[in-house]
Design a binder for this molecule. Sequence first.
Ligand code: RP5
Length: 160
Amino acid sequence: MKKVGIVMGSDSDMPVAEKAIERLKGFGIPYEVHIYSAHRTPEQAKAFAEGAERAGFGTIIALAGKAAHLAGALAANTTLPVIGVPVKSSTLDGLDALLSTVQMPGGIPVATVAIDGAANAAILAAQIIATGDGELAAAIREDRAKAAAEVLKKDAALNI
Ligand code: RP5
C-alpha cells in the first residue's frame, strides 16, 4: 500500500498532526511524519516533495500555521496530491494559515481542509489511496456507517 507523508512546519504542530496519525493508524495505512518548514528548511522540504513519489508515498498531508506556505511549497515540487491543514497557532486564530494554504495560484492545487482539520485530511488521504485499494475503500465505508449509526443512536436517545 502507498504511504502517506505527514509534514509539519514545526514540532508545535504535533498536537494537530496526532489527529491525522490516529486516523491513518485506524485504517492501517503506512505513514511517515517529518518536520520540514517552507521557510526555515526550504531545501529539505523541496527534496522531500521531489523524492516522495519514488519513496512510495501516495499523498502528502502538510500542516502549518501562520504564513502557512508549506503545503503550496510541497505541491510545487510533486504531482502527488497534497492536502493542506491550516493550523491555528497565531494571534489570528488560524485564519492567516487558512488563507495562505487555500489561495493557491492556478495550476498548483492544494486540497485544503478546515483549520486544524487533520482528521479529515487523513480521511481524504485514505480515500485517495483507496482509489486503488478495494479493501481500504470497504474499510472507509464501514467507518462511515459506524459514524452514522452513532448519530442515529444519539437521535433515538433524545428525550426533549
Ligand atoms: C509555522 O509557524 C509552523 O507550522 C507553526 O504552525 C507556526 C509556529 O511555529 P513555531 O514558532 O512554534 O516553531 O511555520
